[in-house]
Design a protein around this ligand. Structure first.
Ligand SMILES: *Cc1c(COP(=O)(O)O)cnc(C)c1O
Length: 457
């Protein structure tokens, strides 16, 4: 075989020492978060009761290109990073394609996903500020797991509001969090005002990410020594996740490899924003060109069918408003096995880049995603997360196109995690009972009706 190894590793000295802030190179900056009361950009003072000080600084800074990674975080990263960059020789062979396929595998830590990269950073700044603990929500459970690991390491309290249906369906995820010391509450709950209100209005609801965010924010702002942390969507999270792309690029550069195509799944946009960061930076500065594709579920198509508008980040409408591609904070996606991709909106940074034509987006059906997951698992050995399998689907499709045209394209995709806690979904696929839910235009219109009515700014 070629002289490119199956796995390209970086040694400790080659690991990135700073995160890259993509916004610094954007001509059209992502729109600022707005205060829903005044419709003015949120100030650092207004954000301070919700988020840690340093994280607010990172959130609002769209000028500084690099942020040094504190030593404590770099030491923690060393426990599970660099993550492997794998040349998918076996998949290439199975597909009989001339394409060269690489994937960056973020599932080789106990949280099972890329989310630990930002969890440790957010927990670190909370600890530095002398806080007692943090609150958060979790949908599928990966973020809550990652945060509970980071909090255990640093000695912080961790309160997780877990979407009720996954609390019930994924008891083992919940137990991993409890093992790491987190306090896990199914949401909506009667422990918060907003939770009681949602329960009164929708008795029997199994919850949503938007509801859980509302509860976690309420607890943070009303408890002394606590702040709220979020696992995706925000600029600070994309900043921390740039470690994925920086490592991938450093590894590829070692062998002079330039990807033609970069593919990632997109829920709130953090893994994709992180993976593409240094490549997109080159593209924005006019130094190189790459085709970049965001892949989302057909059941929750914020980029491909959403509106680019200011919207709330939660169902309870208590958070600041972000300008993003959104289905409306009132949109409740149909049951979908890729829980981590069920958010109504998309990172405002990625939304702006998509709006300006720097990247493409496509949506894929659940059964097609699991067909790709199964094919990948059988030849590459890794059992992929359903979320990650959205990227696998499109990587395989692009490689098959190369088989038709004979083009030797280089494809890089993000393999964000493992699917061991998603076996109910795999079971449905294996039994042939998995269904595809694609919202009708009428169903989407209901979500759009929940968009705040903002006078032209
Ligand atoms: C959370 C999650 C995602 C989606 O979140 P992004 O913020 O869009 O990256 C994708 N894959 C896995 C494994 C996840 O846990």
């Amino acid at each position: 075989m070629a002289n490119i190894p199956y796995k390209i590793y970086l040694n400790e000295e080659e690991m990135p020492k700073a995160w890259y802030n993509l916004r610094a190179d954007m001509k059209n900056k992502p729109a600022p978060l707005l205060n829903p009361g005044t419709l003015k950009p949120m100030t650092a003072e207004e954000l301070a009761p919700v988020f840690c000080e340093e994280l607010v600084r990172q959130e609002l800074d769209d000028q500084t290109p690099y942020f040094e990674i504190p030593q404590t975080i770099r030491d923690f990263y060393k426990m599970y990073r660099p993550s492997p960059l794998v040349r998918a020789y076996c998949l290439e062979k199975a597909l009989d394609t001339p394409a060269k396929i690489y994937y960056k595998f973020e599932g080789n830590n106990t949280s099972g996903s890329h989310k630990l990269n930002s969890a440790i950073a957010q927990a670190y700044y909370a600890k530095e500020q002398g806080l007692k603990g943090v609150t958060t929500e979790t949908g599928a459970g990966q973020w809550g797991t990652a945060l509970s690991m980071a909090c255990a390491y640093l000695g912080l309290d961790c309160k997780v509001y877990m979407v009720k249906c996954s609390y019930e369906q994924k008891p083992f995820r919940r137990e991993v969090m409890r093992t790491y010391g987190a306090n896990v509450t199914p949401s909506p709950s009667n422990t918060t005002e907003v939770g009681r209100k949602i329960l009164a209005e929708h008795p029997g609801t199994t919850g949503s990410l938007g509801c859980a965010i509302s509860e976690a924010v309420e607890v943070a702002v009303s408890s002394e020594g606590y702040r709220y942390v979020l696992g995706s969507v925000l600029n600070q999270v994309l900043l921390h996740q740039s470690i994925i792309g920086l490592e991938a690029k450093a590894a590829l550069d070692k062998y002079g490899i330039k990807p033609d195509l970069i593919i990632g799944c997109a829920g709130g946009g953090s893994n994709l924003g992180g993976l593409i960061a240094p490549f997109m930076g080159e593209k924005l500065r006019g130094e190189a060109d790459y085709r970049i594709i965001a892949v989302e579920p057909a059941s929750c198509p914020s980029l491909t069918r959403g509106k680019f508008a200011y919207d709330f980040c939660d169902t309870g409408m208590i958070t600041p408003m972000a300008k993003m591609y959104t289905l409306g904070s009132g949109f409740i996606p149909a049951a979908n096995h890729a829980g981590g991709l069920r958010y109504h909106g998309m990172s405002s940074t990625l939304s702006q880049l998509y709006h300006d034509g720097y990247m493409e987006a496509t949506s894929v059906k659940q059964t097609d995603v699991f067909a790709a997951a199964q094919q990948f698992a059988r030849v590459e050995g890794i059992l992929p997360a359903p979320e990650s399998s959205h990227a696998i689907r499109v990587a395989i499709d692009e490689a098959l196109k190369c088989r038709e045209t004979g083009e030797e394209k280089t494809i890089l995709f993000g393999l964000t995690g493992t699917g061991y806690f998603d076996m109910t979904a795999y079971q449905a696929y294996n039994d042939g009972t998995m269904e595809n839910h694609i919202p009708t235009d009428e169903e989407l219109a209901q979500g759009f009706a929940s968009l705040p009515n903002i006078p032209a700014l």
